[in-house]
Design a protein. Structure first.
Length: 282
């Protein structure tokens, strides 16, 4: 029984990885940290021909994939992104509740029953509850998918979820992950992230896409963060005199380019002074 339980958890955790095509940003939150944006996949397989992104383990935590590839077609309006994401959250509210109950009933309760050797006396009631929750979650999935994407799910998709309770627990991710694919990562960061994370993503796009700088600056101005968008880092260690204008990583005197951003030339911090090297006595 413990072996089967381990296999069940391995299958569930592997289902938390979804394929990520180039140009997609993944926005997700952790258990104890706010939403962050990731431009790179979490796992690359088969010589980087297969890229996978990690989605939250708990079904009621949301993850979105946003495209920065089609820069001309993706809107940079933070307000429009907020309205869109709020509507998506509303459409999937009951699905998240149903899939969360299914996760607790099958994954957590089953684990407790097997570990404590209590499963056999309550097997029939537990199985009946699992069937009811599976049917309810599947109905909520069909409803949420149609309301979010304005179409029915593909046949192979709903068959997969109908035949696999493990995949059915991941139904919110199936609906949500691609629901914001036409939203620009900058707009998604403005709608989902706190100030520091929003500024980190805004600076990357501000540096990499000169044609979008006016819109990015306007979005930061609406949020009251425009002065911090292009200003140098406020907190710095003693002896730090330079910073990367793209990622705002700080460096001591002597460095020429940013290690993380490639060949991006460093800029001098305002008011910074080089730390004199002490002379050797004698």
């Amino acid at each position: 029984m413990l072996g089967l339980l381990a296999v069940l958890w391995c299958v569930y955790l592997s289902d938390c990885f979804v394929r990520q095509r180039p140009g997609l940003w993944t926005f997700r939150a952790g258990l104890l940290r706010p939403v962050r944006g990731f431009a790179e996949p979490d796992l690359r397989l088969f010589g980087e021909s297969l890229s996978l992104a990690w989605t939250p383990v708990i079904p009621w935590q949301r993850a979105f994939a946003c495209s920065g590839e089609n820069r001309s077609g993706a809107s940079l309006s933070v307000r429009a992104a907020q309205c869109r994401l709020d509507a998506v959250k509303l459409h999937t509210r009951w699905l998240q509740i149903a899939s969360g109950l299914l996760f607790v009933w099958v994954m957590l309760l089953l684990t407790v029953l097997i570990v404590n050797d209590w499963l056999l006396p309550v097997l029939m009631p537990w199985a009946a509850g699992a069937v009811v929750l599976c049917v309810t979650t599947f109905v909520m999935f069909l409803r949420a998918y149609r309301r979010t994407h304005d179409r029915r799910p593909a046949l192979e998709l709903w068959l997969t979820l109908a035949l696999s309770p493990i995949s059915l627990m991941r139904a919110p991710c199936v609906v949500l992950f691609s629901a914001a694919s036409d939203i620009h990562p900058f707009a998604a960061a403005g709608a989902l992230c706190q100030d520091d994370e929003f500024l980190r993503i805004a600076r990357l796009w501000h540096f990499d896409s000169p044609e979008l700088r006016a819109e990015i600056e306007q979005g930061a101005r609406i949020r009251g963060l425009h002065p911090r968008l292009t200003a140098g880092p406020e907190d710095r260690e003693a002896g730090v005199t330079q910073f990367c204008p793209r990622c705002h990583e700080t460096y001591r005197e002597g460095a020429g380019t940013c290690v993380d951003c490639g060949n991006v030339a460093l800029k001098a911090l305002r008011g910074s002074q080089a730390v004199p090297v002490p002379r050797r006595l004698g």
